[in-house]
Each structure stands twice: as C-alpha cells, then as structure tokens.
Write a new protein. Structure first.
Length: 133
C-alpha cells in the first residue's frame, strides 16, 4: 500500500512539473512582450518611444525623445486656437509644431538634437490628439 502512495506522489509531482513547463512555453512570448520597453530598434535605426494623447484642453507633458528623426502627428477639433510647441528641459524652444485656429490635422518632422527629456506644451480649449514616434 505504501508503494502505491509513493508512486501516486511521484506521478502527481511529474504531472504538476509538466504543467509548469507547458505554461512556461505557452506564456513566455506574452510575458516577454510585456516586459519589453517601447524603445525598439529597426535595421540599426533607433525609433522614438511611441506615445499618443487624446485630450480636451491644455496639457504640458515631459517626454523623452531619442536623438535623430521624430515625427509628430496631431489633430484639433474645435473653433478655438490650437498651439503646440516643443522645448528643451531648460525652456529653450525647439520648434512650434502647430499654431492655428479651428479644425486641423497636421504632421511635423524634426531632428531631435540629443537624447533627453523635452517639454511638450499644448494650449487649446478644443479636443485634440497627438502621436509621436
């Protein structure tokens, strides 16, 4: 009778260990993709962190940009003004991305001078969205 209970214990242990191994191989791609950062590299070229906003009204945000090309895409819905600028973390203006009134869609490409934190400022009363990569 003892032999039978030891055999059951070993079989149960092997079954549980097998379940852990199976779960590891099935979930590994999902878990590793969650642990990766947004920063990617494609054909040796660094790509900016991808972030997007959909907001109503003013917003000031610190963003991290990599040195090199950056593309900002944005839209504005509303009759009021829409102003967007990008500054260094010490306040020096890099570029005015948008300065218009009414409904608007646009894109701006620019050269980021160095990998650092930058200040993105949007002033409006309307609904707007911004995506940069």
């Amino acid at each position: 009778m003892r032999r039978n209970s030891k055999a059951k214990l070993v079989v149960s242990f092997l079954f549980v260990a097998g379940l852990f191994v199976l779960a590891y191989f099935l979930l590994r791609p999902y878990v590793s993709s969650l642990l990766e950062t947004d920063k990617t590299e494609l054909e040796g070229k660094k790509i900016q962190y991808r972030l997007a906003y959909n907001v109503r009204g003013d917003k000031t945000q610190i963003i991290h940009l990599n040195k090199g090309d950056a593309l900002f895409e944005y839209y504005h819905e509303g009759a009021g003004s829409f102003f967007v600028d990008l500054r260094t973390n010490d306040g020096k203006l890099i570029k005015v991305l948008a300065d218009t009134k009414g409904d608007y869609e646009g894109k701006t490409e620019l050269q980021v001078p160095e990998t650092d934190a930058y200040l993105l400022t949007v002033k409006t009363t309307g609904v707007w969205g911004l995506d940069f990569k």
